[in-house]
Design a protein around this ligand. Structure first.
Ligand code: AP5
Length: 207
């Protein structure tokens, strides 16, 4: 069988990036993530302004720009996990016009837990590895000292990202509930338990 085409959806902080890394390792597929692609091109000038202006305010970057990133990435991928897209109904329509999905994973996490995870998240700028101030700090002092907070992980921006999620992306998840490959995963378990559930669900649907 061809490599699996997987969509992972969930609110900001639900663990999409964390679990995408496991999917990439297990199935040898591409990680297609609009968030990382936009962060790598934050200051790119477009007719709508730069991605940075939208991201630092917690708002969605205009569809035209994001659709193009996804189209190019999917065209060259032999199997993928798509993370961070689609985030509104117009992006759903575009996605459905360019590809088919085998599995749709929805990571379900409560709002309070999301705020806690995001405001405590710290990133190693050299490796891109995520840590958390309360329960997951690196042992190496040099790494600890170079950790930074993502510009959009401050309390105010996190609240705005969650508002934008409720307004734009929650309907996207409802849309996919009817998809044959849809599965809801309890995202409040430990990362290892979440991965066990995902691995089992994907194996059942793609073998
Ligand atoms: P993006 O980068 O996609 O951010 P997001 O969806 O807000 O998601 P995050 O990366 O913050 O969270 P995640 O679910 O990946 O969780 P993670 O695994 O890191 O988007 C950023 C911005 O870009 C948007 O606001 C928008 O402006 C723009 N953008 C992107 N896509 C767009 C699109 N399609 N259209 C328009 N604009 C777009 O985990 C979070 C933390 O929790 C980490 O510290 C992690 O260690 C920890 N953690 C993970 N799992 C667990 C667990 N099970 N238990 C405890 N802690 C855990």
């Amino acid at each position: 069988m061809a490599q699996p085409q997987i969509l992972i959806v969930g609110a900001p902080g639900a663990g999409k990036g964390t679990q995408s890394a496991n999917l990439v390792e297990e199935y040898g597929i591409e990680h297609v993530t609009t968030g990382d692609a936009l962060r790598a091109n934050k200051d790119m000038e477009t007719e709508h302004g730069t991605p940075r202006e939208y991201m630092e305010a917690g708002e969605l970057v205009p569809d035209e720009l994001v659709n193009e990133i996804v189209r190019e990435a999917l065209e060259s991928a032999d199997g993928y996990v798509l993370d961070g897209y689609p985030r509104n109904e117009s992006q759903v329509e575009y996605l459905e016009s360019i590809t088919d999905l085998d599995v749709v994973l929805y990571l379900d996490v409560d709002r309070e837990e999301l705020v806690h995870r995001l405001t405590g998240r710290r990133v190693d700028p050299e490796t891109g590895e995520n840590y958390h101030t309360e329960y997951d700090m690196p042992d190496d002092e040099e790494v600890r000292e170079r950790l930074v907070q993502r510009d959009d992980d401050t309390e105010d921006t996190v609240q705005e990202r969650l508002r934008v999620f409720e307004e734009n992306t929650a309907p996207v998840i409802e849309h996919y509930e009817d998809h044959a490959g849809f599965v809801r995963i309890d995202g409040e378990q430990t990362p290892e338990e979440v991965w066990d559930d995902i691995n089992e669900a994907v194996d059942e649907r793609v073998d």
